[in-house]
Design a protein around this ligand. Structure first.
Ligand SMILES: [Ca+2]
Ligand SMILES: [Ca+2]
Length: 290
């Protein structure tokens, strides 16, 4: 088949449907292509059908239902802090590809039989009502189990593929207990395919207190942040987070020896993920040519 003749049609069903065709240029085997549909305005599910068209006619169609995620106005990309006080947790969602989930809790809803000597007694606000997110290290968890919490999509517009914008991710963590594992911060950039890059990591007992981390990132396109809690060697290993801020611009210039940047976004240490989460008004259609 002549690659230059290929086209792909996307059909989008809302109440009515419309189709768009776009030339599939530069196709290579194994390379992921993406195409952004920007005229979707109804917040519901979409049925997307993709049909390759060659000089010999249309090929087999692939159809998939893509659900619209709940619009969130908070946090927004400019300056907002998620304190996890609302049960919608600012649009953060649990990863389903990991081993367990983060738990939302406050001093009132804490299990009275919870393990001593680990986890926070209150959230960052020091009130009994204030919520935080944490990973519970008690059974049935085993060493190495991971729980990921994924942020909404921060929809920045890249002016060119090489254009990068500075953001500062600030958050508070509580890592108290003799069996504390690791807390990792990943950035998932959506430009060419989807790539997860670890931008920060911390391991081990840091004492019974909330500490702040400021992590600079330079994403080259729309991005999500992911908190990954890793269960350590035993049950005294609860890890909690609170007050997450994603702010455009550089991080405040203060030295924090607990911060440990491990890799800038886009450089190595990548993990592929196929999770399909949509921004409010943009649907990214991936086309994998085989
Ligand atoms: Ca809180
Ligand atoms: Ca999970």
């Amino acid at each position: 088949m002549a690659a230059t003749q290929k086209q792909a049609f996307a059909t989008v069903n809302v109440r009515s449907s419309f189709s768009k065709s776009f030339p599939a240029r530069g196709l290579q085997k194994g390379l992921l292509q993406d195409y952004i549909l920007q005229d979707l305005k109804v917040p519901q599910s979409y049925e997307v059908r993709l049909t390759p068209v060659t000089i010999f006619g249309p090929g087999d169609s692939a159809t998939r239902i893509i659900r619209y995620s709940q619009p969130v106005s908070y946090p927004n990309p400019s300056d907002n802090t998620c304190r996890f006080e609302d049960e919608k947790i600012c649009g953060f969602v649990q990863d389903r590809m990991d081993n367990f989930d983060w738990t939302r809790q406050n001093a009132v809803t804490q299990n009275p039989k919870r393990s001593a000597n680990t986890g926070p007694s209150r959230d960052l606000s020091e009130t009994a009502e204030g919520y935080y997110m944490f990973i519970e290290a008690s059974r049935p968890r085993v060493q190495g189990d991971k729980a990921r919490l994924i942020s909404p999509l921060y929809n920045i517009t890249a002016k060119s593929p090489s254009y990068k914008t500075s953001y500062c991710i600030s958050f508070y963590y509580h890592m108290y207990g003799k069996h504390i594992g690791s807390l990792n911060l990943l950035v998932r950039v959506r430009n060419i395919g989807t790539m997860d890059t670890q931008v920060w990591t911390l391991s081990g007992n840091k004492g019974n207190m909330w500490r702040q981390a400021n992590v600079p990132i330079n994403p080259s396109g729309p991005f999500q942040i992911i908190f990954e809690g890793v269960r350590g060697s035993g049950y005294e290993g609860d890890i909690a987070i609170d007050d997450v801020t994603v702010k455009k611009g550089d991080c405040p210039r203060k030295l924090d020896s607990t911060n440990k940047a491990v890799a800038p976004p886009g450089s190595g240490a990548s993990r592929f993920s196929s999770t399909a989460a949509c921004g409010p008004l943009t649907l990214v259609l991936y086309v994998l040519f085989r």
